[in-house]
Design a protein around this ligand. Sequence first.
Ligand SMILES: Nc1ncnc2c1ncn2[C@@H]1O[C@H](COP(=O)(O)OP(=O)(O)O)[C@@H](O)[C@H]1O
Ligand SMILES: [Mg+2]
Length: 270
Amino acid sequence: MIIVSIAGQKGGTGKTTTATNLAAAIVNDGNKVLLIDADPQASLTLSLGIQQERERTLYSEYLREVSIEEDGDLDRAIVITKSGLHLIPSSTALAQTEQKLMCEYESETKLQRMIHKMKSNYDFVIIDCPPSPGMLLTNALVASDYILIPLQAEYLPLKSISGFMHCFEEAKSFNGSLDIIGFVFIKYDRRIVMSRNVLAEIENIFGDKVFSTRIRSNIQLSRAQEAGLDIFKYDPTSHGASDYGELAMEFLSRIKKMNLCHTVQGAIEA
Ligand SMILES: Nc1ncnc2c1ncn2[C@@H]1O[C@H](COP(=O)(O)OP(=O)(O)O)[C@@H](O)[C@H]1O
Ligand SMILES: [Mg+2]
């Protein structure tokens, strides 16, 4: 099971849209995928058509995990969305988890432990992260093998990346093998000079960590969210569907390569 956080310290960069459509594309390629909505804003939950607050959510299971009597049980919280995606929904109450976790012993590893206790079998777990630093973000990163960072080619993306790197380093102190799988440009338009300049700047610093697939601006991606569907179910002929299909292929081949590297490195160190 490979756990990937979709993260970045800025709102509106395409994290939630990427979580949904990357997950759907990986499912279409024959993998079993679980989505976790770790953002109290619950955009992922809402955009997949789960409108009502559920009794069992990520929040309810965090609460069980922090109480001593009972273990959190993520299996019980899984819902199947209209698109057929497996999702652990969020709720606005999740925001209260921040404080509860702050007062807890070993609180950074709660989500990691809950995911590893799950009985359901998935090839991938994809976590949609909140934009702000805090215990929820730290828990998601500590639980992950990889982080995928969506970026927009606009003014000062480096500033938000450097802010995010603090969270990354903190999470790495609990999970040494955490790695960035890559940066992906969202709403990219190569006709705009600033977009090209920002892309060149980021490629200059991060080299081949930048995915060569770029997600173009496509209104169908927003319409799919309004309809509670992923882009492949909503409009498989759209640019959005072809871009996310391509991103998924690049993502899967990167995962294969990086996993191989980790295995070899582990063998050398052993
Ligand atoms: N490639 C795209 N083209 C057009 N609109 C997009 C695209 N990606 C995301 N959006 C829209 O931009 C807004 C912010 O995206 P979202 O994925 O919610 O960002 P985040 O989770 O980082 O806050 C949403 O309304 C979404 O529908
Ligand atoms: Mg979001």
